[in-house]
Design a protein around this ligand. Structure first.
Ligand code: AP5
Ligand code: MG
Length: 212
């Protein structure tokens, strides 16, 4: 099953994709993670995309398409998070690996701003902590590595707001694109990660013919 997760920054696409990937053994492709890894490793692509990612702007279509399409072409199943983000990306992906379900995460702007400005990451193991939400723990160091947690460059509030605006302009129109193709599923992304995951599985399994 070829699935995409779309939704505003901070709506929990990555968190839910990891859960689904682990339970059903489906490969998880996250363009944000691929791009951040390239930046950390200072590859040629990393140097090219750094200023886009850190300032919250979309990386040019050509660069992202080159990273994703080769891999997607060879896979019968995947869950993609953060791709496609523009109409051009959606059309190119459908040409080589037609999407069977596109889940749109729906959530209030206030919740995503709180989640993103509250996110802290361990620079060594990548573990994610969050200072917002019901089970928030105000931590300064990673439980595993004991190093100081860091804030993702693009999680500063002014950049978060820019990412939300770009999402509305460039990515939200894809909801109509996938609705017309008959593959759209809408998901309320409010609530705890486990609550959202239960809802997600119900949404994915509502069509009996689907096998994830
Ligand atoms: P990307 O990494 O894709 O970022 P994003 O989609 O903007 O947002 P996030 O990854 O922050 O949010 P998410 O929805 O995955 O939520 P998460 O699970 O992490 O992209 C980054 C940048 O790369 C882009 O701005 C662009 O520059 C570039 N890029 C990437 N793809 C591109 C493309 N296709 N084209 C062009 N450019 C591209 O959760 C967020 C936080 O909330 C975490 O702390 C998490 O622990 C917490 N959380 C999650 N779920 C819950 C919950 N239910 N309750 C409480 N807290 C929760
Ligand atoms: Mg993500």
């Amino acid at each position: 099953m070829r699935i995409t997760f779309l939704g505003p920054p901070g709506s929990g696409k990555g968190t839910q994709a990891e859960k689904l990937s682990a339970e059903f053994d489906i490969p998880h492709i996250s363009t944000g993670d691929i791009l951040r890894n390239s930046i950390t490793k200072q590859t040629e692509i990393g140097r090219k995309v750094k200023s886009y990612v850190e300032s919250g702007r979309l990386v040019p279509d050509g660069v992202v398409l080159d990273l994703v399409l080769g891999e997607a072409r060879q896979m019968e199943s995947f869950v993609m998070d953060g791709f496609p983000r523009t109409l051009v990306q959606a059309e190119r992906l459908d040409e080589i690996a037609p999407i069977e379900i596109s889940v749109f995460f729906e959530i209030s702007e206030a919740t995503v701003v709180a989640r993103l400005t509250g996110r802290r990451i361990c620079p060594v193991c990548g573990r994610v902590y969050n200072l917002s939400g019901d089970r928030a723990v105000a931590k300064e160091r990673c439980d595993e590595c004991s190093v100081s947690l860091v804030i993702r460059e693009d999680d500063q509030e002014n950049i978060v707001r820019r990412r939300i605006e770009i999402y509305k302009e460039e990515t939200l129109p894809l909801r109509e694109y996938y609705r017309k193709k008959g593959v759209l599923r809408r998901l309320s992304a409010e609530g705890t990660p486990d609550t959202v995951y239960r809802r997600l599985k119900r949404t994915l399994l509502e069509d009996d013919s689907l096998k994830i």
